[in-house]
Design a protein around this ligand. Sequence first.
Ligand code: FAD
Length: 412
Amino acid sequence: MPDLDGLPTAGELVERYLGPLAAHRALAPHIHFGHQVLGISRAGFDKVKTAGREHADFVLMVETSEGVKEIRAQAVVDASGTWGQPNPMGIHGFPALGEGAAQEHIAYGMPDILGAARGRYAGRSVMVVGAGHSAAGNLLALAALADDEPGTRVHWAVRGKDLRKVFGGGSADGLPARGALGTRLRDLVEQQRIILHLGFGVQAVELLADRMTVRAIDPTVAPVDGVDEIIVAAGSRPDLSLARELRTRLDPWIESTEALADLIDPNLHSCGTVRPHGHRELAHPEPGFYAIGAKSYGRAPNFLMATGYEQARSVVAAIAGDWVAANQVQLDLPQTGVCSVDIAEPSTVRASAAPSCCGGPAVQDTSTCCALDEAQKAQGSAGCGCTSAVPPATAKAASLQPVAPARAPCCG
Ligand SMILES: Cc1cc2nc3c(=O)[nH]c(=O)nc-3n(C[C@H](O)[C@H](O)[C@H](O)COP(=O)(O)OP(=O)(O)OC[C@H]3O[C@@H](n4cnc5c(N)ncnc54)[C@H](O)[C@@H]3O)c2cc1C
């Protein structure tokens, strides 16, 4: 057993868990390294053809060192994540004007700032775009770099203005180490070691003689001049092209399955407020095909590995025909200290009567939501978390403080 209080880095997770797992004699013969899946279809069937399709094998088109091959399968579990498809930095969801031309000075995700990429950022003016945990990791690394390398300047562009979202739950976070990230960031901003630009939705990047000017879409927000490097940590999106020939049904904006979307919509859920779910919520109109893991959440950024393990267990049981095991899903996720319901802006909340914890009719099926929600609604209140007022963030100093949830959250 691992140390239950341990906090392994990604590298340690590979070394201590994924590596040994992949080397296990039960798994090793079945793993094909260097195989890039290009597409998934039904053998002998294009997307339109129906009669008999559910009996046909899947066929995967796979790029290998020996060229493109076809591999047959009776079921497909797509766990290809979203990390390889980073979101661009433009506020509109597509690249900012000039982003393509400035590619040489732009990195996506989490470059190895204190390691292999140190020379690229040392002594430079660096802007981080984004407000999630990847951005936080980049900023903390850059602040550490700035301690050792004079002249390193750190700018942080955040499109929103709500610092509770930016800094997270602090000491109230269900995962204390995650909360500590936000607390450390807040300290660095207060000490002005990180220059925070709020309301800075990036519209354009202008590259002039190796330095960039970054412009926000809001003309009242001052552009940032003299930027040497940009790190875009604005989330990632699933590669939907893999399943182009399969019959999938996705939520129009989350790009998860429809059944999952109401549970994970980041307009509503900041992190742990996702009920247990398994093969039923992950199923598509194409029997035998599932997307699990980070990809199952589509564009929602709030995925945790614990969710994925339970998804995998349920989906594999379903494929094996063990419906009792497949239907029994259990998951206990840690909450963030900032109640996701509290931070949702009214205009962003789904106008949906579908069962969910907040708004809408009381949910009768306890597997669909929590009992607390039902009890509260039965007593005439709005349901879990829905009636709690958020203290207005009037002063900057006040808004820098993480806000504790007004009541025990109900889901997760
Ligand atoms: C910065 C950061 C920090 C995080 N920290 C945590 C944390 O502390 N705790 C936590 O629970 N979660 C964390 N997460 C979320 C984390 O990403 C997921 O929990 C987990 O890695 C998802 O696993 P996955 O297997 O679904 O996807 P991934 O880990 O992304 O794995 C997908 C795999 O599929 C491969 N692949 C992609 N496309 C293809 C293809 N076409 N053919 C073949 N192979 C392909 C990829 O190479 C990759 O190996 C973090 C995420 C980020 C971005």
